[in-house]
Design a protein around this ligand. Structure first.
Ligand SMILES: C[S@@+](CC[C@H](N)C(=O)[O-])C[C@H]1O[C@@H](n2cnc3c(N)ncnc32)[C@H](O)[C@@H]1O
Length: 192
């Protein structure tokens, strides 16, 4: 007795199999879309730890006035921007290249009228007008950050870096900024 060959209709996926296939394909596509901004952004995305945020809040408190502008260049999940806004900065600005994180920051800072979020490359926006700039980026961008900050920040403005300092071997950065405080992993610089 020979084995029965399945007919064409028997070979076609059943309704359940087809639905499963669609669901798996959709989830894969959604994952790819959501992951793309993270893969394409070269810096670490890890937000500041609660302990670092507590230190940062203590530092920010000294500069938070209704006339002062705070800018987080690479604001990630927006936690620091929200802290700055709640501490009393007249303006707290988050710049974030990853659109999903920028959206999340908008959501997280809802109800805070002094917050604005720009989904953009930090190097393509002017930082002029900022009184306090905060950066938690990667070591390899710190020279570019120092150069732009030196060009655009007013004398007396504050630059706070998390984990990665301004390059000490860069004469222009050393001329423009003075390290005024260390509260590891934070460094506070002042524009000369
Ligand atoms: C380490 S996270 C820091 C997040 C937040 N500032 C904090 O301290 O919790 C760095 C963020 O910078 C963003 N980023 C990287 N390059 C950028 C660029 N050129 N312009 C704007 N944002 C950038 C990344 O997407 C990431 O969300």
């Amino acid at each position: 007795m020979g084995t029965a060959t399945p007919t064409a209709s028997e070979r076609r996926p059943t309704g359940v199999a087809r639905t499963t296939l669609y669901v798996v394909a959709s989830l894969t596509a959604l994952t790819a879309v959501l992951a793309a901004p993270f893969v394409l952004t070269p810096l670490p995305f890890a937000p500041s730890t609660p302990a670092t945020r507590a230190r940062l809040q203590a530092l920010l408190r000294r500069h938070a006035t209704a006339r002062a502008t705070f800018v987080d260049i690479g604001c990630g999940d927006g936690a620091v921007v929200r802290d700055a806004a709640r501490l009393g900065f007249g303006r707290a600005v988050g710049i974030e290249r990853n659109p999903l994180l920028a959206l999340y920051t908008v959501f997280r800072c809802r109800g805070l009228p002094n917050v604005s979020v720009r989904c953009a490359d930090m190097f393509r926006l002017a930082w002029t007008g900022a009184d306090v700039v905060y950066i938690y980026g990667g070591e390899r961008i710190m020279a570019a950050v120092a150069a732009k900050a030196a060009r655009e920040l007013r004398h007396g403005a504050i630059l706070i870096s998390n984990s990665f300092g301004l390059p000490t071997d860069d004469a222009a950065a050393s001329d423009a900024f003075q390290l005024v405080l260390r509260s590891p992993p934070l460094r506070v610089y002042q524009r000369r």
